[in-house]
Structures are given as structure tokens and as C-alpha cells.
Design a binder for this molecule. Structure first.
Ligand code: NAD
Ligand code: MG
Length: 353
């Protein structure tokens, strides 16, 4: 029996995770948490709405933590799992992006591992299959390009939250859906891939594959490229991470090759500057990714609240990055301070934008 602590149980990933747990007798929920939404109807012995997730984890003593909290708020749970050597099924990419080296150091001390739930990283994990990073020429992250792929900047000036929330291929929570529309999500994923797989940024590519059938690829130095294909359905990577290495069956349909065609496009980083900003933040290192993430969270919330135009999201983030030092964080306390300071800078930027 594998005991799962599910954090973010009421969200898009959380609800699909419950479906996976219910379908597999070898999985059981030992704890469930949400930020503010009720957990009525979630069947777990320990439940917590809001509050300190690490206290819940201390009590639950899970075999695996599925961190499906949205945003930087997931940081303590990520670090708890890594410090305790407990398997971390990671959907909450923001925590790994922000904590970076600190998270890797915690994993080293705790002796645990990260099983990526983000579909691209699950795909890369499976294609890599433990390969020596030296054998890898590059990682190729795929993205759909979001609802605004192909548009010009002029055409993006007045887009509404409702338009940005209409993702063409994935049904997800609001924050990541906006991140997909700006390409900030692919930017966060670039940094996430760097830390997960220890591959330098110059060897991580991004390509658009509008139907989200190819979940990512690995180019090896011998000229072989391995790809991971499937219909876009998060139950597959959630199940992979929770049942690893058993690759339990899921109800997802097999690919129908009689109608399948695959197209690839190059992302337009002039129109969607968040991808380039994330790459810059990643390459700067230290706490620059934490600043990128914090400013993005503030800007996305403001856009969703109708307080910020779509194109200004990138301006707010660029400005916060330019105005912060980005020195490395020594500990979590440092990181919390950097996150808080970046949020303040971004809030100031909102009034200017
Ligand atoms: P969501 O908004 O649907 O759900 C977020 C969940 O987090 C909710 O249960 C909410 O109550 C909980 N939460 C928020 N703040 C919390 C706090 N302080 N403490 C405890 N719980 C808190 O979000 P989502 O789309 O499910 O995404 C969750 C994470 O998974 C994000 O990091 C996202 O980037 C990542 N992810 C999601 C998808 C997807 O398909 N939805 C795909 C890949 C990665
Ligand atoms: Mg993803």
C-alpha cells in the first residue's frame, strides 16, 4: 500500500489525482489539503483547509507527497518531502523554480527523489530513463502555444481573461492557463527542466506542437531523438508518478494513427516575451527565477482581476527582474524574503503599467 498526501486536492490536478487513487487499490489517501475550498466529499483520514502544510505532512507520514498546490505557496511542502527523503510527485513547478539549488540541496540531504507530474517533464523523465546527462544533446520541451498562438502584439492588446482562459488543448486551473497564454508556463518549465535533469539552459529547446500530442522529446548525441506521445490528459503523468515504477493502466484512449498528423512550429518570442525572460532569469541563476515567478504570480492575479492588460504581464515581470539583485538564497528564510520583495516590486509595477 502506498500512502499519498494530496496537497491541492480540490484543484484541477488534485481532482484527477483522486480519480487515479480511487482506481488503484494499492494507493490510498492518507491526507488531503486545500487552500480555502472545502474538502467535503474527499475521503482522507487527515484533512486540512489552509494552514501549515508541513504540520499536516508531519502527522500523515506519507510514502509520497503529491504537491498540486498552485504557486509559491507550495514551497514548504516541496522542501519537506525532499528533506525527509519522501517521494515528491511534483505538479507545483513554481516551488522548484523558486527554490532551485536549495531544493536540490534538500534532496541531496534527504535522499529522496522527484517524480515529475508536469506532462512535459514526465515525458522527458521517461525518454531519459536515467541516461547520463553527457549522452544528451538537448531536451526539447513542447508546448501548444496557447489560445493566442499566431497572433500579433496588436491583436493581444485588448484580450480579456475569458479569452485567455480558453485553452485549446488542456483543461487546467486559471493560473497555469494564463501562464500558457503568455508562454510563462513554458518559461517556468524550462527552469523546472534545468533543475530536474541537470541540463544547462543552452541545451534545452522549446518547440510548439499545437495539438499537444507530443509531450516532449530528448535528442541524444548519437542522432537519435526519443519522443513521448499521447492524448493530452493529465491522468497519465499523475498515474505514472503515483504508481512509479508500475506504470498502472489508465482509462486514456490509445492514439488513433488513422487521423493523426503532427505539426511543429517555432515559438514567437517577440510577441510572447515571457519565454525569453524566463530563460534570462534561469541563466542569471541565484534567486532570479524566484523573482520571475513571484512577479508573474502578482501580474497574473492582476490580469485575472481585470487590473492589468495582457501585454503588461511581461512588462511587470521584466521590470521586477531588472530591479532585483538576484543574489543566491542561503536558506528558506532568504527565499521568502526575496519572494516578498519581488511581489512588492511587481505591485509597484502594476500601478505604472
Ligand atoms: P488549481 O487552481 O486548479 O488548484 C490549486 C489547488 O491548490 C487548489 O486545491 C487550492 O485550494 C490549492 N491551494 C492553493 N493555495 C494553497 C495553499 N496555500 N495551501 C494549500 N493548498 C492551496 O491549480 P492546478 O491547475 O491544479 O495546478 C496546480 C499545480 O499543478 C500548479 O503548480 C500548476 O502549474 C501545476 N500543473 C497543473 C496542470 C494542470 O493540468 N492543471 C498541468 C501541469 C502542471
Ligand atoms: Mg506542462
Amino acid at each position: 500500500m502506498k500512502r499519498v498526501a494530496l496537497l491541492g486536492a480540490t484543484g484541477s490536478i488534485g481532482r484527477q489525482a483522486i480519480e487515479i487513487v480511487e482506481a488503484h487499490p494499492e494507493l490510498e489517501l492518507c491526507a488531503a489539503a486545500s487552500g480555502s475550498t472545502s474538502l467535503d466529499g474527499v475521503d482522507a483520514p487527515l484533512k486540512q483547509v489552509g494552514g501549515d502544510l508541513t504540520e499536516l505532512l508531519d502527522r500523515a507520514q506519507p510514502d509520497v507527497v503529491l504537491n498540486a498546490v498552485v504557486g509559491f505557496a507550495g514551497i514548504h511542502a516541496t522542501l519537506w518531502a525532499l528533506e525527509h527523503g519522501v517521494d515528491l510527485a511534483l505538479a507545483n513547478k513554481e516551488s522548484l523554480v523558486a527554490a532551485g539549488e536549495l531544493a536540490l540541496a534538500a534532496m541531496e540531504r534527504g535522499g529522496g527523489r522527484i517524480l515529475p507530474v508536469d506532462s512535459e517533464h514526465s515525458a522527458l523523465y521517461q525518454c531519459l530513463d536515467g541516461s547520463d546527462p553527457e549522452h544528451v544533446q538537448s531536451l526539447v520541451l513542447t508546448g501548444s502555444g496557447g489560445p493566442f498562438r499566431g497572433r500579433t502584439r496588436d491583436e493581444l492588446a485588448d484580450v480579456s481573461p475569458e479569452q485567455a482562459l480558453a485553452h485549446p488543448t488542456w483543461s487546467m486551473g486559471p493560473k497555469i492557463t494564463i501562464d500558457s497564454a503568455t508562454l510563462a508556463n513554458k518559461g517556468l518549465e524550462l527552469i523546472e527542466a534545468h533543475f530536474l535533469f541537470d541540463i544547462p539552459y543552452e541545451r534545452i529547446e522549446v518547440v510548439l506542437q499545437p495539438t499537444s500530442i507530443v509531450h516532449s522529446l530528448v535528442r541524444f548525441r548519437d542522432g537519435a531523438t526519443l519522443a513521448h506521445l499521447g492524448y493530452p490528459d493529465m491522468r497519465v503523468p499523475i498515474s505514472y508518478a503515483l504508481t512509479y515504477p508500475a506504470r498502472a493502466a489508465t482509462p486514456v484512449a490509445p492514439l488513433d494513427f488513422s487521423v493523426l498528423t503532427l505539426e511543429f512550429r517555432t515559438p514567437d518570442i517577440e510577441t510572447f516575451p515571457m519565454l525569453a525572460l524566463a530563460r534570462e532569469a534561469g541563466e542569471r541563476g541565484g534567486t532570479a527565477p524566484c523573482v520571475f515567478n513571484a512577479a508573474n504570480e502578482v501580474a497574473v492575479a492582476a490580469f485575472l482581476a481585470g487590473r492589468l492588460p495582457f501585454l503588461a504581464i511581461a512588462e511587470v515581470v521584466a521590470d521586477a527582474l531588472a530591479r532585483s539583485a538576484g543574489a543566491p538564497a542561503r536558506d528558506v528564510q532568504d527565499l521568502l524574503e526575496v519572494d516578498g520583495a519581488a511581489r512588492k516590486l511587481a505591485e509597484e509595477g502594476l500601478s505604472v503599467a
